[in-house]
Design a protein around this ligand. Structure first.
Ligand code: HEM
Length: 355
């Protein structure tokens, strides 16, 4: 105890740590009507931490070589102590992260918290969401299974529908005319180096925006007060709010444990939900599997491509939807955030989820 106090005094006299902690924990006030949906960001951070840890452990044994990748993953599963657990956790957590990314995005959409002054929070989050999907796409290829090979062939093939640059793009993504050693090399570099660095940098910016602007109050109930928009910067203060610590951290930690429980249950009892039979067969460019279905989070893109008469139209429709989503806060300028008072938005929102 004495040592802890001395260490704290030492740090405090140099960096003003006590003031920093107070301003960001007990003295940081959140809106009184904050709800469970605001814990999704913390859940994402916890799962991301675990994902980085399991990823680093997998890297110790994984070999990014078309001749050895599948065998190295099989070795991790069968021979490395607890290797199967580390790999399953990595696969299952990647799916949970995408699920929580969707939930976080849909909840901020529903509560209108993407609106001014949170445009940059939204935009950075939207790029993080897309980076999350690219993380999954690049990771999918690494085990060099039939699933990896053919899913990547289909996904990179889609770029070929873009006029003029399509063929160049396909070859650029693959590093050659077809998926092969060059594809594995660039996907590996992206997955373990470029993406993590870019993702962490952008996440830092996202969290900075959240803290600097202040958490929005939930647009429900009598306590909700629309914030007045001013031209100059104002921090969204909640002077009658609840302290971030311990009131809110307790809630966040319980929700994080809830998500971790889901992760453990899926990992131990139903990991095959995310590891179909084609993932257990080494890649063979000469044998096309009968059923090659994309991951659940890419199914909508797959369906959109099927609905439209040409791939180009399908891709353009997707690009238009994603583009509109990215710039939504710059199009939806009204200050109203209460869902009950935004019937048109809520209708489009529900239709979008249903479709
Ligand atoms: C790994 C990815 C992400 C992490 C770790 C993360 C983390 C967080 C955290 C901790 C908060 C504050 C509390 C909360 O509302 O949960 C937050 C708020 C926010 N996030 Fe994210 N986020 C991520 C991705 C996204 C995505 C994909 C979007 C939307 C496209 C987004 C948009 C927002 C917005 C608009 C807020 C402000 C909410 C408010 O003040 O009410 N974030 N994020």
């Amino acid at each position: 105890m004495k040592l802890q106090k001395d260490a704290m005094d030492w740090l405090d006299s140099r960096l003003g740590v006590r003031e920093l902690l107070y301003n960001n924990l007990n003295g940081y006030l959140l809106p009184r009507n904050i709800n469970i949906w605001y814990t999704l960001g913390a859940i994402l951070m916890a799962l991301l931490g675990l994902q980085f840890l399991t990823g680093i452990l997998l890297l110790i044994f994984y070999v990014p070589d078309t001749e050895k990748a599948f065998a190295s993953v099989t070795m991790i599963m069968n021979e490395v102590p607890y290797g199967w657990l580390i790999r399953y956790l990595h696969v299952v957590a990647s799916n949970l992260i995408v699920a929580f990314l969707f939930l976080h995005m849909f909840s901020v959409l529903f509560m209108g918290s993407y609106k001014r002054p949170r445009e940059l929070t939204w935009l950075s989050g939207f790029v993080l969401f897309n980076m999350g999907l690219v993380f999954c796409l690049t990771g999918y290829l690494l085990p060099w299974s039939q699933l990896s090979f053919w899913a990547t062939t289909v996904a990179t093939d889609a770029a070929g529908a873009i006029p003029v640059v399509g063929d160049f793009l396909v070859e650029f993504l693959r590093g050659g005319p077809s998926v092969g050693a060059a594809t594995l090399g660039r996907f590996f570099a992206l997955h373990v180096m470029a993406l993590p660095m870019a993702f962490l940098g952008l996440l830092g910016f996202h969290l900075f925006c959240v803290r600097r602007v202040g958490i929005s109050s939930a647009p429900f109930g009598d306590q909700y007060q629309p914030t007045e928009l001013t031209r100059s910067f104002t921090h969204d203060e909640h002077l009658d709010g609840v302290p971030f610590h311990p009131n809110y951290t307790i809630k966040e930690i319980s929700m994080v444990f809830f998500a971790l429980a889901a992760l453990v249950v899926i990992t131990f009892f139903v990991p095959w939900l995310f590891i179909p039979p084609e993932a257990l067969v080494p890649a063979n460019p000469f044998v096309t599997p009968e059923h090659i279905k994309p991951e659940w989070y890419f199914l909508w893109t797959y369906q959109v491509l099927k609905i439209f008469p040409s791939k180009l139209l399908g891709l353009s429709a997707q690009a238009a939807v994603m583009g509109l989503m990215a710039i939504l806060p710059f199009l939806d300028l009204g200050p109203e955030r209460r869902p009950a008072k935004r019937p048109i938005f809520v209708t489009i929102y529900l239709l979008g989820i249903w479709v």
